[in-house]
Ligand binder design. Structure first.
Ligand code: 5AD
Ligand code: SF4
Length: 439
């Protein structure tokens, strides 16, 4: 038998890219590739890229530049760019960095084996189509090998919302939901391989409306189906849009036992003037009422969000409205970003905020979010949580897992195996994690 070829994949950006990288690696497994953790011994290097902010996109070019020496030493090494930079920049990538052999957009991953073969014949391969066929159906069946206790599962891709700052509708395309039966089948397969927690992924996951047995299914309907899967203990989903937070989904947070009490619900800004300019089609008030309804259904739910500061024309007053909203919601987790101009999006043409003012706002917002995170985390001390153990810790005998609220929990001298779900009493709160003892 010939030596397996080695594939090095580096993943940037969101969880969907993590899932896609896994599927690409499995598909190239059918071409005789095994994954390696080092680019130095790879026969193929694949960067799965992110285009959401300028910095993310620029990282790709600096990383590619670093492979020049490797490629000179190993002329047979193939270098590919996948993901959203591939989709957005296409051929331009090969022009800017001629060592690139292959450029593949997120909707064309099922064509990778054939593209890889073309590069082996010395050709360049480029595919940034939005093909009719369903890439997931055409991607090689997933292997049966055992794996860790948590997994991502993409159920929906693309977005029709067109927020004025965002490239996703252009790089991932129109909103498409996978049929429910395929998702459920994949969930069963994952559970057989040792998975106990599945995070359902979609750029606009709560807009899910995949074909089900009796017409289209909602995300809540899909979650209830997954709730029946024996051996699956936990269900999460991300990322949601406030306008698609349907009643049945809110209700499921109160009644579906495997659905975890955690919700990532980006608001982006607390100023109605800015929300309107962002094309968000909700207000600060409607968002706050929604959070109230969600908390009425599930009082202990951990809220998480995304924020952009320094969006074109944002004033200090607009920013204060964001700070007020954060004060009211008190997020357990939140991600905040300085606005980054994305060519081709409507906001790119508008008057920009002074970068120093934006930096200053970002710092103030992050300080407030961190303060709330700490308060919420510290308040966990003394409480009982359930922990799904994922790996051993740095100290001997220590095990690390996640609580239902997604806090990292470290347990010393824990007589538990990876994949076990156990009750834990929280005894301490550190910078980014909790400590506890088994009950
Ligand atoms: N600039 C800054 N942040 C952005 N996001 C999306 N587009 C931009 C942009 N142009 C943020 C949003 C989104 C998260 C994934 O990234 O907050 O929810
Ligand atoms: Fe981008 Fe999310 Fe807005 Fe869609 S809803 S355009 S993915 S920020």
């Amino acid at each position: 038998m010939s030596e397996p070829k080695k594939l090095y994949i580096k993943t940037y950006g969101c969880q969907m890219n993590v899932y896609d990288s896994e599927r690409m690696s499995e598909t190239l497994g059918g071409q005789g590739y095994v994954e390696t953790q080092s680019p130095d011994d790879a026969d193929m290097i694949l960067l799965n890229t992110c285009h959401i902010r300028e910095k993310a996109a620029e990282k790709v070019y600096s990383e590619l530049g670093r492979f020049k020496g490797l490629k000179a030493e190993k002329p047979d090494l193939k270098i590919g760019v996948a993901g959203c930079v591939a989709q957005a920049e296409g051929e331009e990538i090969m022009r800017r960095q001629p060592l690139v052999d292959l450029v593949v957009g997120p909707q064309s991953y099922h064509r990778l084996p054939e593209m890889e073969a073309r590069t082996r014949e010395g050709q360049k391969a480029l595919d940034t189509d939005f093909p009719e066929e369903d890439k997931f159906e055409k991607l090689k069946n997933r292997p049966k090998a055992k794996r860790g206790p948590t997994a991502f599962l993409t159920v929906q891709e693309g977005c029709d919302k067109f927020c004025a700052f965002c490239v996703v509708p252009y790089t991932r395309g129109a909103e498409v939901s996978r049929p429910a039966d395929r998702i459920i089948r994949e969930a069963h397969d994952l559970v057989e391989r040792g998975v106990r927690e599945i995070t359902l992924l979609g750029q606009n996951v709560n807009a899910y409306h995949g074909a089900g047995a009796n017409g289209d299914m909602t995300l809540a309907g899909l979650i209830w189906e997954l709730n029946k899967v024996d051996g699956l203990e936990r269900i999460r989903f991300t990322t949601s849009h406030p306008n698609d937070m349907a009643d049945d989904l809110i209700e499921a947070h109160g009644t579906c036992e495997k659905l975890m009490p955690y919700l990532h619900l980006p608001v982006q800004s607390g100023s109605d003037r800015i929300l309107k300019r962002m094309n968000r089609s909700h207000t600060a008030e409607s968002y706050l009422r929604l959070v109230e309804r969600i908390r009425a259904a599930r009082p202990d739910i951990m809220m998480s969000g995304d924020f952009i500061v320094g969006f074109p024309e944002e004033t200090e007053e607009d920013f204060q409205a964001t700070m007020d909203l954060v004060e009211q919601v008190k997020y357990g987790y939140a991600y905040s970003f300085k606005y980054s101009t994305r060519p081709g999006t409507p906001a790119a043409e508008r008057p920009q905020v002074d970068p120093q003012a934006a930096d200053d706002r970002l710092q103030r917002l992050q300080a407030l979010i961190t303060q709330h995170q700490r308060e919420i985390q510290d308040a966990m001390v003394g409480r009982k949580v359930s922990v799904l153990f994922e790996k051993s810790g740095r100290l001997p005998g220590q095990m690390v897992g996640k609580s239902e609220y997604l806090h990292s929990v470290h347990v010393s001298e824990a007589d538990v195996a990876v994949g076990e779900l156990r009750d834990v009493r929280i005894t301490g709160s550190g910078a980014n994690s909790l400590a506890g003892t088994l009950i």
